[in-house]
Design a protein around this ligand. Structure first.
Ligand SMILES: Cc1cc2nc3c(=O)[nH]c(=O)nc-3n(C[C@H](O)[C@H](O)[C@H](O)COP(=O)(O)OP(=O)(O)OC[C@H]3O[C@@H](n4cnc5c(N)ncnc54)[C@H](O)[C@@H]3O)c2cc1C
Length: 471
């Protein structure tokens, strides 16, 4: 049976896992990343790329922590210690990412922030995967994709490795002299865990995050905790484009990151704006505020749905929705600067951006009957729902309710060591990113990627400092 040996085995090759392995390599530790999917990246590769960090006065980590707490609307952040570990260390993570050649637009303002604190990676979140994978390899680390983990290897109470199968079905044992790090993402791809912790099971963006990392941890005594009501809710998203968009065609590399950063400061706003508008029409959610400007949300069956921010419980899993603008609403969106979706601080996508970048979602209908025919609903019902609203109509859709991420992960201490239900560290086992988020709620933009990359970096540093080489 083939065997790999190293200092640190990292299970999961998204942002958190790659940050762990890259930093471990920089600190002189040998790292092996075992990723279950055929490609690295996980949810990280599908993200926009914003990270939040209180990088200097007048901002401060305490202000950052207070803003996150306020965004939970009184539900509480769930885990004060991890929150403070995050906000204190996020500026160091930003500096580290910059030192690796990643360029950002920012700091920019975001709703709910009392300071400019959001940094958007250029060209998009794919740059984290590209640069960190490069760092893993350049520091001597290995990366294996298509790996199916079977079980954690134990020696006494200590976790000492992982056993599983390669993409060819061959059994592989990977032994770690210092630590095994679970970076297996959230449980958005596991219906049973979603029902148990959130009460609902909306479809995920990344089905690969099926909660298998939590089952492995449980076999060693680890415990999954959820942020409950304070956690991220499901939300309405336009379906993803069939091919790659203009922005996703920009290859993520240090060179493109640097060129775009240069353009961001100098190019006319409309040139740079065209590029980033492609971003905000691609993966972002339509804002419930469109209703305030006269837009109507129709279900696939043609019924009008009242849809509120942070409370999308009117939305049914699997249903196709459409946003419909009558003549007056279309004019408002064309002339007032009202937007359909936004990448905070970097782009606001209006109706014309959808017409240019998402022709697949854009439909013009002369009458309510045509709206009904486009969504396949009974004409009388749509006529009722749009009563008193004159055509022609612009219809944007389909959109679906999805669980883009879940807040909740293995209980960990400040060093990212996995804890048992009695609060004792499981020797040799760490968890980072969404997998190691415990019950910490992270509302607001930029905090999830911020946590993923920060916890990965910190775990490598703690392993270097705390875990003796056992061989
Ligand atoms: C559309 C979208 C946009 C977003 N934009 C932002 C943003 O701009 N800013 C922000 O802060 N957050 C954003 N987020 C959230 C953010 O992307 C995630 O919270 C973050 O990327 C999680 O990183 P991670 O490394 O913990 O998990 P992931 O990136 O999901 O990585 C986990 C990896 O583990 C692998 N894996 C799972 N199980 C196993 C197993 N048993 N064995 C081996 N490998 C396994 C998965 O395949 C995956 O590759 C966005 C999310 C979405 C969906």
């Amino acid at each position: 049976m083939p065997q790999l040996t190293c200092d640190v085995v990292v299970l999961g090759g998204g942002g958190a896992g790659l940050a762990t392995a890259a930093r471990a390599g920089e600190l002189g530790l040998s790292a092996v990343v075992l990723e279950r999917a055929d490609q690295l990246g996980g949810t990280t590769a599908r993200a926009v790329g914003s990270v939040a960090a209180a990088a200097g006065p007048p901002d401060s980590p305490d202000l950052h922590a207070r803003d996150i707490a306020a965004l939970t609307g009184g539900d509480g952040v769930g885990h004060e210690t991890l929150l403070h570990t995050f906000v204190r260390s996020a500026p160091g993570t930003l500096a580290w990412l910059r030192s690796l050649g990643i360029r950002f637009v920012g700091p920019v303002h975001d709703d709910g922030s009392s300071a400019h604190r959001l940094y958007n990676a250029l060209p998009h979140a794919g740059i984290y995967v590209h640069v960190l994978e490069g760092r893993v390899r350049s520091t001597g680390g290995q990366v294996h994709t298509g790996f199916r983990a079977g079980r954690l290897l134990r020696d006494g109470g200590r976790v000492v490795g992982v056993e599983g199968r390669t993409r060819d079905g061959e059994q592989l044992v990977c032994r770690a002299s210092r630590a095994v790090v679970l970076a297996t993402g959230d449980f958005s791809g596991n219906d049973e865990l979603k029902r148990q912790h959130l009460g609902t099971a909306y479809p995920p963006i990344n089905p690969s995050n099926d909660g298998s990392g939590f089952a492995l941890a449980a076999s060693a005594g680890g415990v999954l905790r959820s942020a409950g009501r304070a956690g991220w809710a499901h939300e309405l998203r336009f379906v993803a484009p069939a091919g790659r968009t203009l922005l996703r065609r920009v290859p993520p590399s240090r060179a493109t990151s640097a060129v775009l950063a240069h353009l961001a400061g100098r190019a006319p706003r409309r040139v740079f704006g065209a590029l980033v508008s492609a971003l905000s029409t691609t993966y972002l959610a339509p804002s419930p505020s469109v209703q305030e400007h006269g837009a109507v949300l129709l279900s696939g069956g043609g019924r009008r749905v009242d849809w509120g921010a942070g409370d999308d419980h009117a939305l049914v899993p699997g249903e196709n929705y459409a946003i419909v603008l009558d003549r007056a609403a279309t004019r408002t969106f064309e002339t007032s600067g009202a937007f359909i979706s936004t990448a905070p601080g970097i782009a606001y996508a209006g109706l014309s951006d959808y017409r240019r970048f998402r022709r697949d979602l854009w439909h013009r209908c002369a009458t309510a009957d045509e709206v009904a025919a486009t969504i396949g609903a009974p004409a009388e019902r749509v006529t009722d729902a749009l009563a008193g609203r004159p055509g022609p109509f612009v219809l944007l859709g389909p959109a679906r309710a999805v669980q883009i991420l879940t807040d909740g992960g293995l209980d960990v201490d400040e060093s990212l060591r996995v804890l048992t239900d009695r609060g004792l560290p499981v020797p040799g086992l760490y968890a980072v990113g969404a997998a190691g988020q415990s019950c910490l709620a992270l509302p607001g933009h930029g905090n999830h990627l911020g946590w993923a990359l920060t916890s990965g970096r910190l775990a490598a540093e703690r392993i270097r400092a705390q875990e003796a080489d056992r061989w």
